[in-house]
Ligand binder design. Structure first.
Ligand code: MN
Ligand code: MN
Length: 297
């Protein structure tokens, strides 16, 4: 089946890029350089980014990518999540890894990784999403951590990163739906210390955007919006990608016009409410009758 082939190719690219990312993350290295390098590798390997490379430090749990003028660097003793999305013809792989520069926080990385492994071991057609969440919560507790309860894994479909159904990271009574053969899910436990809130709240803008709706704009803004629709096809994108194609103050003004006209949605960063360090692990799987195929292994 072509679809499965494209999912596998996307998964293989995402997995290679994720593994190479680990060597780039060192104190003092530029966040912008890391993300641009990883996005370049995705292209070299024959994929396209399904979303901007996310680089989330310490209590930033998710949804940060550098701006075009970013000056930030990897801090000493930090906990760094790298989240990679790749698509091949719209078929998406979503995977993440945590690099720990503080030995005292290594248990959080281990908790996220182990929770992900145990979650994947429970997945097969007919299993309820809540059972997968229970496996995640159980593994985290055993390892002295706890999951962030308002972040979830998610179903993925062609050109749609969050396709409705979710996989909770706790034994939620709400997510009783059963997984079906052929469905694609990203599974992504986030761990925090036991005494943390274990909840994320919205923070400042992330530099990640998504097309929302068409509004009457003219001139350069109109051309920019057409480009965004054609190029990203409803997937999230980085402002820096667009501002490289439409450079200078004209480009910046057109981008701001699209934002104020409501054509684009700006994602907030997701911050752990109590300021606690967060680790994450993520794989994308295809549900089968007997289990699942991990495309990003
Ligand atoms: Mn991800
Ligand atoms: Mn995801």
């Amino acid at each position: 089946m072509e679809e499965v082939e494209a999912l596998r190719r996307a998964g293989a690219i995402a997995s290679q890029v994720r593994d190479r990312a680990v060597d780039l993350v060192k104190p003092g290295v530029s966040l912008l350089d890391i993300c641009e390098e990883l996005e370049r590798w995705i292209g070299e390997l024959g994929g396209k980014p399904a979303f901007p490379c996310n680089i989330d430090v310490d209590h930033v749990a998710a949804h940060y990518t550098p701006s075009i003028t970013e000056r930030g660097i990897i801090p000493e003793d930090s906990l760094v999540k790298i989240d990679i999305g790749v698509h091949v013809d719209g078929y998406i792989a979503d995977t993440a890894v945590t690099i720990c520069l503080n030995p005292e926080l290594e248990y959080l990385v281990e908790a996220a990784r182990e929770a992900l492994e145990e979650a994947i071991a429970t997945i097969r057609a007919g299993v309820r999403a809540s059972e997968v969440g229970a496996a995640i919560e159980g593994a985290m507790k055993r390892l002295g951590a706890k999951p962030i309860r308002n972040l979830t894994g998610h179903k993925v479909s062609r050109y749609v990163l969050h396709a409705g159904r979710v996989i909770p990271n706790v034994s939620s009574l709400l997510e009783r739906h059963r997984l079906e053969v052929g469905e694609v899910y990203a599974v992504e436990p986030f761990s925090v210390p036991r005494d943390a809130d274990g909840v994320v709240v919205d923070g400042p803008p992330s530099n990640i955007y998504i097309y929302r709706k068409k509004r009457s704009v003219g001139g350069l803004a109109k051309r920019m919006l057409k480009y965004i629709q054609a190029e990203y096809r409803g997937l999230p994108f980085a402002s820096r990608w667009v501002l490289r194609i439409f450079p200078g103050s004209e480009g910046l003004e057109a981008f701001e016009e699209l934002l104020s006209a409501g054509c684009l949605y700006s994602y907030p960063q997701l911050l752990e409410r109590s300021g606690a360090p967060v680790a994450q692990a993520e794989h994308t799987v295809i549900v089968t009758r007997e289990g699942c195929e991990v495309t990003t292994a």
